[in-house]
Design a protein around this ligand. Structure first.
Ligand SMILES: Cc1cc2nc3c(=O)[nH]c(=O)nc-3n(C[C@H](O)[C@H](O)[C@H](O)COP(=O)(O)OP(=O)(O)OC[C@H]3O[C@@H](n4cnc5c(N)ncnc54)[C@H](O)[C@@H]3O)c2cc1C
Length: 213
C-alpha cells in the first residue's frame, strides 16, 4: 500500500522518526516490522515503534543510501509499504522478561515494553538500553518514561565506562534464571549475550533475538 510522509523529526544525530500516513489502517503485534521502498525499488525493513489506525511511526538510523536520504524528505513523499511481518513478539504465556537493546535495536523492544506496560501488568520486565551516550540514544525520554511498577529501565552509557554483563543482570534481576530474554542490537553483542546466557543455563528457546541486517 501507499505510505505518505507526514513528518520527519530528528531524534538525535543520525536518527530520525519517520511519521507515515497509510492508505489503510494497520494492525500489528508489537515487535513486528514493515518494509518500505521507493516504488519498484529495494525494500528496507523497519520495526514498528507505534501504530494507530492509519498512522505509523518508525525510528530510523542513517546507515547507507536509503536511510541516508530520509532526513531530507519532504512532507507528502510517497513510499510503498508491505507488512507487518515477524515473530519477534511477547510470549503468550506469563513469563517475566529481560529486554536488552543495543543502539537502534531499541525499536522493537520499546514497542513490546510499551505494550507490556499498558496491557500485561502481570509481567515483570527489565529493559537494559545500551548506548554510547545519552545524547546518542533515540527515544531516551520515552524509554525512561516506561519505568513503572512492572517495568524497570536501566540505561547503560558505555562512554562513561559502564558495561552490561551477565553479572549485572543477575544482580538486578533476582529471577533471572526463569526470565525470557529479548535481545536486539549489533550482531556481536547479541552473539555474546546468547553465549553467556546459555552458559548460565538459560534454555535456547527462552532467548529471542532480532537481526537488523
Ligand atoms: C527485521 C528488521 C528490522 C529493522 N528495524 C530497523 C529499525 O527499526 N530502525 C533502523 O534504523 N533500522 C532497522 N533495520 C535495519 C534497516 O533495514 C537497514 O539499516 C536499512 O535497510 C539500510 O538501508 P540503506 O540503503 O540505508 O543501507 P545499505 O546501503 O543497504 O547499507 C549501507 C552500508 O551499511 C552496511 N550495513 C548494512 N547493515 C549493517 C549493519 N547492521 N551494521 C553495520 N553495517 C551494515 C552495508 O554493508 C553497507 O555498506 C531493520 C532490519 C531488519 C531486518
Amino acid at each position: 500500500m501507499k505510505a505518505i510522509v507526514e513528518a520527519v523529526k530528528k531524534e538525535v544525530e543520525d536518527i530520525v522518526s519517520l511519521h507515515l500516513l497509510l492508505e489503510k489502517p494497520i494492525t500489528y503485534v508489537p515487535g513486528q516490522y514493515v518494509m518500505i521502498s521507493e516504488p519498484g525499488e529495494k525494500k528496507h525493513a523497519f520495526s514498528i515503534v507505534s501504530a494507530s489506525g492509519n498512522k505509523l511511526r518508525l525510528v530510523i538510523k542513517k546507515l547507507g543510501d536509503f536511510t541516508g536520504r530520509l532526513s531530507g524528505l519532504k512532507q507528502g513523499h510517497v513510499f510503498e509499504l508491505v507488512g507487518p511481518y515477524g515473530r519477534f513478539n511477547l510470549p503468550t504465556e506469563d513469563k517475566n522478561i529481560v529486554f536488552i537493546a543495543g543502539g537502534i535495536g531499541i525499536t522493537p523492544l520499546y514497542s513490546m515494553a510499551k505494550f507490556g506496560q499498558d496491557n500485561r501488568k502481570d509481567l515483570k520486565m527489565d529493559l537494559f538500553y545500551c548506548v554510547k551516550a545519552r545524547d546518542m540514544a533515540a527515544m531516551a525520554d520515552e524509554v525512561d518514561s516506561l519505568e513503572s511498577k512492572n517495568i524497570h529501565i536501566h540505561d547503560i552509557y558505555t562512554n562513561d565506562g559502564s558495561r552490561l554483563s551477565i553479572g549485572k543482570i543477575k544482580e538486578l534481576v533476582p529471577d533471572f534464571k526463569s526470565r525470557y530474554y529479548y535481545i536486539c542490537g549489533p550482531p556481536p553483542m547479541m552473539e555474546d549475550f546468547r553465549k553467556n546466557l546459555t552458559l548460565e543455563g538459560i534454555p535456547d528457546e527462552h532467548i529471542r533475538t532480532e537481526e537488523f541486517s
